[in-house]
Structures are given as C-alpha cells and as structure tokens.
Design a protein around this ligand. Structure first.
Ligand SMILES: C[S@@+](CC[C@H](N)C(=O)[O-])C[C@H]1O[C@@H](n2cnc3c(N)ncnc32)[C@H](O)[C@@H]1O
Length: 247
C-alpha cells in the first residue's frame, strides 16, 4: 500500500492523531443508537430479498479509517470491504481485522471504488465529509457499485442541533461540514437521499480524554468555550444525520 493517495481529502483528526481518534470513536454513541437505526434501514431494504438471507450481504465501508467499525459490521455481514486512501490507516484496519476471514481492506477513494459494479448490498460511511457538495463523483461510484435492492447509508454530524452541533457550526470544525446547511441538505435531496435524524451521546471515561478529543475536532477558542460550558461533565449531547438511499 503506497503513501499519499490521489483524491484523498485531508482528515487531520484521524491522520495526525489516530490514537485520540480511537478514543473519540469509543466515546461516540455508547447506546448504539446509530447501529440500531442502520440495522432497521438494512432490514427494511433486505426484506424479501435473497430468499430469507438475514445477513447484510456484502457491506462496503467507505473511508474506513483504521477500521474501528469493521469488526461490528463483520458480525452482521456476509463479507465486508473496507476502503481507505491513507496507507497507515489502511494498514491499521488490516491489522485490526486480521483474524476476521470475511473482511478485506483495499486502499482507494470514494470517487474510484476498488470493487466491481453491482457487487455491494450496503454501502456505509461514517463521518463522510468526502461525500457532500462537490463530491458527486463519489456518489456516482456508489450508484455503480450498489446492486438493485441495496442501500447506501452515510453518517454525518448535524450542525443545526445539540451542543456538539453548535461547536461544529462555528464553521471552523476540522471535519469541514459546510456552514450553509441549506446547500448541504439540498445536495442530499437532489441525489435521492432521505434523512433520519438521531440524538446520541458522547460518553468519556475521564476529563483528559474529553479535552483531547475536543482539541482534535475544534480550534483552540472553540475548545476553551466548550470546556467552560461542559464543566465537570463527561457526557456530551450530539445530533447526527443518517443520509440513506435505497437502490
Ligand atoms: C473522519 S475519518 C472517519 C474514519 C472512519 N469512518 C471512522 O468512523 O472511524 C474520514 C476518513 O475518510 C478518509 N478519506 C478521505 N478522503 C477520502 C476519499 N476521497 N474517499 C474515501 N475515504 C476518504 C480519510 O482518510 C479518513 O480515514
């Protein structure tokens, strides 16, 4: 797997601080609200398909990072392909899933997916800012690879609600969610996606972890303001959007 990959969008949080990003991933959604919502969408899409096959079939995790979500996807899918442009992260994903025979890691980008046409049952991406306005080539690729009857489901921060949303809405967030939420929402609608809004929690084990995660997500002034608002809490309220489309 080579180093820089053409078409990769810089992701300073996980590229520069993979250990802290791991802490963040562990903190997000301890109640597994997101997983349950995705499972419900998949069940609705797959009802009546494949003669009673209750697995999720072939799941594609686009921008899988160091593979945090792959083991759980591997539990419910027949097979999982993780696609990640950053060589070090793809290698970490490979290492994390080395004992899972139904997981394959491929280096690649959303706009040129290394999987055959019509081969994917569920295309999944979390914190997928490489989709969104300006990233239409990635969505065309999703159109190509998802088979008829399949589902695409992409998770993003909702910067219009919740305390974390407010900090993201400062427009300075590393993840680059556009300030103009209207443009963003119209983009998804224009491309045939519907939204499911979810309220979740971020739950940390200690204050140091919480502060470290805020520092990789927000600029210094936002972190200061956020920490003052948070006080001695270890739990943050967050809102996310699941953008989904059935094929
Ligand atoms: C914020 S991280 C999320 C990682 C992972 N989905 C998770 O939840 O742990 C975004 C990931 O997308 C990857 N990425 C950047 N540009 C991409 C592109 N054009 N296509 C696919 N993935 C991309 C980054 O390298 C990074 O690993």
């Amino acid at each position: 797997m080579s180093g820089a990959y053409p078409g990769a969008i810089p992701s300073p949080n996980i590229w520069d601080y993979p250990e802290i990003y791991e802490v963040e991933n562990r903190a997000v959604d301890p109640d597994r609200v997101i997983e349950a919502a995705i499972a419900e969408l998949v069940a609705q899409s797959r009802a009546g398909l494949l003669g009673g096959d209750t697995t999720w079939g072939h799941v594609l995790d686009v921008g899988c990072g160091n593979g945090f979500h792959l083991p759980r996807l591997a539990e419910v899918a027949k097979r999982v392909t993780g696609v990640e442009p950053r060589a070090s992260l793809a290698a970490a994903a490979q290492h994390r899933t080395r004992h899972l025979s139904n997981v394959t890691i491929r280096q690649g980008v959303a706009q040129d997916l290394p999987v055959p046409s019509g081969s994917v049952d569920v295309a999944h991406a979390r914190w997928a800012y490489f989709f969104g306005p300006g990233c239409e080539p990635g969505l065309r690729e999703i159109d190509r690879v998802v088979r008829r009857g399949g589902l695409a489901v992409f998770l993003d921060h909702d910067s219009t609600r919740s305390e974390l949303g407010r900090w993201f809405a400062d427009g300075l967030a590393v993840d680059g969610i556009p300030r103009d939420v209207g443009t963003y929402e119209r983009f998804w609608a224009r491309n045939g996606f519907a939204r499911r809004s979810l309220d979740i929690r971020w739950q940390f084990e200690n204050a140091e972890d919480l502060a470290a995660v805020l520092r990789i997500e927000f600029p210094a002034e936002t972190v200061l303001r956020a920490l003052a608002e948070i006080g001695d809490r270890l739990e943050l309220e967050a809102a996310v959007n699941l953008w989904f489309r059935r094929y």
